[in-house]
Design a protein around this ligand. Structure first.
Ligand SMILES: *Cc1c(COP(=O)(O)O)cnc(C)c1O
Length: 373
């Protein structure tokens, strides 16, 4: 690990007197927090930044870290922005928040609404959301409404509703979401002591890539870091509007969290990739699942398949000679593997069970007997 010797100015401690601080408290000075903002928290943020040397070798880069955002309270990075959006909604007097979601936004909105004592309504594209995410939203007490369409049209309905009715939109077009999500960039810089050369992440609606770019620029402008990373955005090949340069009518991929054909934050996502000297890269579902398995098997990091699209894109970018192999890279793994475990290798139900004896299991494993026994 590098010494933390090139930090300028202050870094933000994750805890004070042994008490963990959530995003709103830790980064209050960089967020739209006023004296009237409720101190909402599920102790989100402060997620692991893991050095992953075996994965670095696989991706073909000199140095690689994984920012494991699946370790947030509801299992995805959405919590960073949601805590800010819900706190600001409550501050403004809202009693109901609303979002359209591919799953993780719904789970996060439902959790923070419960914590804040307000109602969450979540619009879900029917049959296109991982089951565990729907269970989460319902368990937190959200009102879930299935719509007979994909995510993009569901977001249109959410925006239309909040324009005309007294409900607060907490999708990532809400600027408080982006401000909160930028804290992940602050954390990376606080831990490394500098900005990495490259940041890679999956891109769906484009909110998160915009938030990271804003966050890295903010820290550089404050003098806390000197450089800015190139940002590599991974899109699923069947849902890659930002790679193609035009919307995709019927996005299709196993990566349900990024199955989006019309990114709501299109312009700011493009600005992040181009201004940073990075790129968008399309990766096949097979490449996404390969990266997903490598994360789990090489380093013990279980993320959901969509989360691995950033790593798949980084590896492809290095292979194409676009990202230099000598770079220090950070890959964001956006959500936890238990949310969408259907693609994890399952025990084969039809494999014949063994007799429940030590000898039978030892014979099946082919392990050597201890000397002297
Ligand atoms: C929301 C989400 C994304 C995509 O983020 P955008 O801000 O929509 O680009 C990626 N991965 C996971 C797990 C998500 O929940």
């Amino acid at each position: 690990m590098r010494p933390l010797n090139d930090v300028r100015g202050e870094t933000e401690p994750a805890s004070v007197n042994g008490r963990a601080r959530g995003v709103l408290e830790r980064y209050a000075a960089l967020l739209p927090v006023t004296s009237a903002t409720p101190a909402l928290s599920l102790q989100e943020g402060d997620t692991p930044l893991l050095e992953v040397p075996r994965l670095a070798a696989w991706a073909g880069v000199a140095s690689l870290y994984v920012k494991f955002e699946g370790m947030n309270p509801t299992g995805s990075f959405k919590d960073r922005g949601m805590v800010v959006a819900v706190a600001k909604a409550v501050e403004s007097g809202a009693r109901t928040i609303l979002c359209a979601s591919t799953g993780n936004t719904a789970a996060s909105a439902a959790a923070y609404a419960a914590r804040a004592g307000v109602t969450a309504v979540v619009l879900l594209p029917r049959g296109k959301v991982a089951g565990a995410k729907v269970s989460q939203a319902l368990a937190y007490g959200a009102r879930a409404i299935a719509l007979d369409t994909g995510f993009d049209a569901a977001l249109d309905v959410a925006r239309g509703l909040t324009a005309r009715y007294a409900v607060e939109l907490v999708n990532s077009v809400n600027p408080h979401r982006i401000a909160g999500q930028a804290t992940a960039a602050y954390e990376i810089c606080d831990v490394l002591g500098h900005a990495p050369d490259v940041l890679a992440l999956p891109v769906g609606n484009g909110g998160n890539i915009s938030a990271y770019w804003a966050g890295f620029r903010r820290y550089r402008d404050l003098g806390r870091t000197r450089s800015l990373p190139s940002i590599v955005g991974g899109q699923a090949a069947g849902a890659a509007p930002l790679v193609l340069g035009h919307p995709v009518e019927s996005p299709d991929t196993i990566a349900s969290a990024i199955r989006i054909g019309r990114p709501a934050s299109w312009e700011s996502a493009v600005a992040a990739a181009t201004e940073s000297g990075g790129e968008f890269r399309a990766v096949t579902d097979a490449a996404i699942l390969d990266a997903y398995r490598q994360l789990a098997r090489r380093e013990g990091i279980f993320c959901e398949p969509s989360s691995a699209a950033g790593l798949a894109a980084l590896r492809a970018s290095v292979a194409a000679g676009r990202t230099p192999a000598g770079s220090e890279c950070v890959c964001v793994c956006t959500g936890h593997g238990l949310k969408d475990a259907q693609f994890a290798p399952a025990l084969e139900d039809d494999a014949a069970p063994l007799p429940a004896t030590v000898e039978a299991v030892a014979a099946a494993l082919g392990v050597a007997e201890r000397r002297g026994s």
